[in-house]
Ligand binder design. Sequence first.
Ligand SMILES: Nc1ncnc2c1ncn2[C@@H]1O[C@H](COP(=O)(O)OP(=O)(O)OP(=O)(O)O)[C@@H](O)[C@H]1O
Length: 343
Amino acid sequence: MVALVEERLDSGARGRVHRHAAECPACRELLVAVMRSQSCPGPLDAPLPPCGPAAARTWTPPGVLDEFHLVRLLGRGGMGAVYLAHDTSLDRLVALKLSVALEPDTSTLDSFAIEARAIARIKHPNVVTVFRAGQVEGRPYLVYEYVDGKSLAELALPLPWRYALDIALGLARGLRAAHQRGVLHRDVKPGNAILDADGSIKLLDFGLAAFVGTDRSKPWAVPGVVGTPRYMAPEVRLGAPATPQSDLYALGLLVYELCTGRVPHVRASGADRVAAALVPLVDLVPGVDLDFAEAVERCLEEDPSARFGRVDALCTALERLGARGQDAGFAPVRSAAIAETRP
Ligand SMILES: Nc1ncnc2c1ncn2[C@@H]1O[C@H](COP(=O)(O)OP(=O)(O)OP(=O)(O)O)[C@@H](O)[C@H]1O
């Protein structure tokens, strides 16, 4: 979310903002609120809350929430903090996300509710499972299956293209299940996909999801410039509604990044942004399968109508390619890639 700053600042200022936001919960929440609303939350003349680590004005959760004992922090995002927790009633480890804002605003409450319902509706092996939605001291929390692994944002890139194909197929299947249940994700990015120790991939963080119903005879479109700018489809950046094709674009970008270690379409910052030509995967990834490259690049077409019509079509294309490579034996490559973490 905080990636909004990437669009507006030079790299020095961007680094300072990122470093500060990493330390300062108040500013991190403010940035996320701005990102969500695309405007300044609250009246412009309202005093800003005190800032800085000393202010540490986040709520500290108790060690025990209902039947869940917090074990350790797994990660922090714009929505709150995710903890490893022990579910004492079922005696298993779970991941527990909770808002640590001192006073969660309505957008936070809405986001937790949307996420819980979206994931509960999907139910797919490539989408993290949600077990429970609760509240503690007026703050929402969600309990998910614990995925003992790494997010794609933590992996050292590039990955071998064949391994990226496996990940792409898993994510495309998860996204297909979401779309089939009438859910657009709207924030597909490496930090929202997690690989477990066996190498299976799961899509998470449906906090920005939108429900579109399941009637495929009508075009799906959800208004609102929502998502992480770096992975946003060009039409969404320009204010067009999100569609299944904008989720496809983000997935294509993610897979391109896995294979090459960089995102395509590098643009100048600020108002001077111009779309740069996409460097074909064949020029960057030695030995890449041409059909795989074509499938990824099709997701990245600037014109949404030139992308796949549905994620189903991408799944079919990737499944065909995956079957072709069955004999190649990529398990050792996969284990090495998971073991190595981004420096
Ligand atoms: N089910 C899970 N199992 C293990 N780790 C998880 C799980 N869910 C989330 N995490 C960890 O917590 C981090 C933050 O999770 P998540 O993206 O859901 O939070 P968020 O507040 O919505 O973040 P964002 O700023 O991307 O919206 C993830 O990158 C991951 O490292």
